[in-house]
Ligand binder design. Structure first.
Ligand SMILES: [Zn+2]
Length: 416
């Protein structure tokens, strides 16, 4: 172990609401679809924007929301800033907050999109220790946010993010501007261009594109875990046992969270298209699959951090954790009695919640720092794995080394 500061960073865990409650701006965000039990009402959160600093839209010095009366999604020559007619923008309340708008109103969608992007920025700026400037700032100083265009997709592009709508897992058409997973994933792409760097045509490889999809999903997952209601929901659904594969699938069914479902996958590099395929020949579907082994490895590492924290907090004995690990390695999760986890969780849910929040911030900080040290030039999954090991070693010494190595190797990603 290193200095006091590094020990503190090793188990860094923070609540953004606590950090910004006295100075920030209130928004109400849907971390999951409102049709799900427990998520009917949006959750009130505090974002970092100083109270009273946000203008109509909402808007500030780095981004602005506008709702065009009629506009197709950006493609080809069409670029921001949008100069057509817009609907009147929502205003803050007299204290500067945006939590007074009614869910279902167009104005709420505008605030939801801005608040969700700001929330994701707050999380990753906390991990990186400072503001993350836009990669496109030299031509477009501000990000344009468009909550609705008639389109069945959402995308982040040069100086803009815009949302269409799509059917959720219940088959109901919903605006993506109200879908935190989608907004966080798209914001993730934007952040990665800033943190890792903008690829040139020469460095835009299949490996870098697969990594981008995976890392954006990781950003969405870690960001969702910053909502109290989501953390509690995940733990309740799996009764504290994040490693029980069948329970994890049930979370997927219950929460319909794309990221959770994809994150707990069993995909290996041998199951997906070759990483040497030229970037231009990859289909969207193949690209998404290519991100899966990497996302799965990161998720497994986060779950291991979680188990490690449970032992440290004396909530589960080390030999009991060994039972879980053996079952997972032998693919015998269903046949193994792990009710001891459920019993421990029922006794002390608050301890399990703290363990998951610490694991979330351990992986979040390590990811952000690894990305900061990487560039698109010569990027490979192996380089990412080695960097994550390096960053972890700087924080925790050799404690997690073997586990991280094995998590990547099981996926077919060598970190040696
Ligand atoms: Zn994407």
């Amino acid at each position: 172990m290193g200095s006091t500061a590094s020990i503190r960073r090793d188990h860094l865990s923070f609540s953004l609401n606590d950090v910004y409650r006295s100075t920030g701006t209130r928004f109400r965000l849907h971390v999951q679809s409102p049709v799900l039990t427990g998520f009917e009402e949006p959750e009130t959160v505090w974002v970092s924007s100083p109270r009273g600093s946000l203008g109509p839209g909402p808007s500030d010095a780095r981004m602005y929301t506008l709702q065009p009366i009629e506009k197709d999604h950006y493609e080809g020559e069409a670029q921001p800033p949008y100069r057509g007619k817009v609907v009147p923008p929502p205003l803050p309340d007299r204290y500067g907050h945006f939590d007074h708008l009614k869910p279902g109103d167009q104005a709420f969608q505008c605030a939801h999109m801005f608040g969700a992007v700001r929330r994701v920025l707050d999380i990753w700026e906390m991990y990186l220790g400072g503001p993350i400037p836009w990669s496109f700032a030299f031509t477009n100083p501000r990000l344009e946010l468009i909550p609705y265009v008639p389109w069945n997709n959402a995308h982040f592009g040069w100086g803009f993010m815009e949302c269409g709508e799509g059917k959720d897992d219940q088959g109901v058409k919903r605006p993506f501007a109200l879908n935190f997973d989608v907004i966080a994933h798209e914001t993730g792409h934007g952040l990665l261009f800033s943190i890792v760097g903008l690829p040139t045509p020469g460095t835009m490889t299949t490996a870098y594109r697969g990594f981008h999809e995976s890392a954006s999903d990781c950003i969405a997952l870690v960001s969702a875990l910053h909502f109290d209601s989501f953390v509690d929901h995940v733990l309740r659904a799996c009764k504290g046992n994040l490693y029980a594969e069948n329970e994890m699938n049930r979370i997927g069914e219950l929460s319909k969270s794309r990221e959770i479902r994809d994150a707990s996958n069993a995909t290996k590099m041998s199951d997906v298209v070759s990483i040497d395929t030229p970037a231009k020949d990859i289909t969207g579907k193949q690209l998404h699959a290519l991100g899966q082994p990497l996302t799965g490895a990161v998720f497994d590492i986060m779950v291991e951090f979680y188990l490690d924290r449970l032992v440290e907090k004396n909530l589960i004995a080390a030999d009991q954790i060994a039972t879980i690990r053996t079952a997972v390695m032998r693919d015998e999760v269903d046949a193994t009695d792990m009710t001891f986890v459920e019993r421990a969780y029922a006794r002390e849910p608050a301890g399990f919640r703290a363990a998951l929040c610490e694991a979330r911030d351990m992986i979040g900080y390590r990811l952000a720092e690894s990305w900061r040290r990487l560039t698109p030039v010569g990027f490979s999954y192996e380089k990412f794995a080695v960097m994550l090991l390096d960053v972890d070693a700087g924080l925790s010494g050799a404690r997690h080394r073997q586990m991280i190595l094995e998590s990547f190797e099981w996926r077919g990603i060598s970190a040696n």
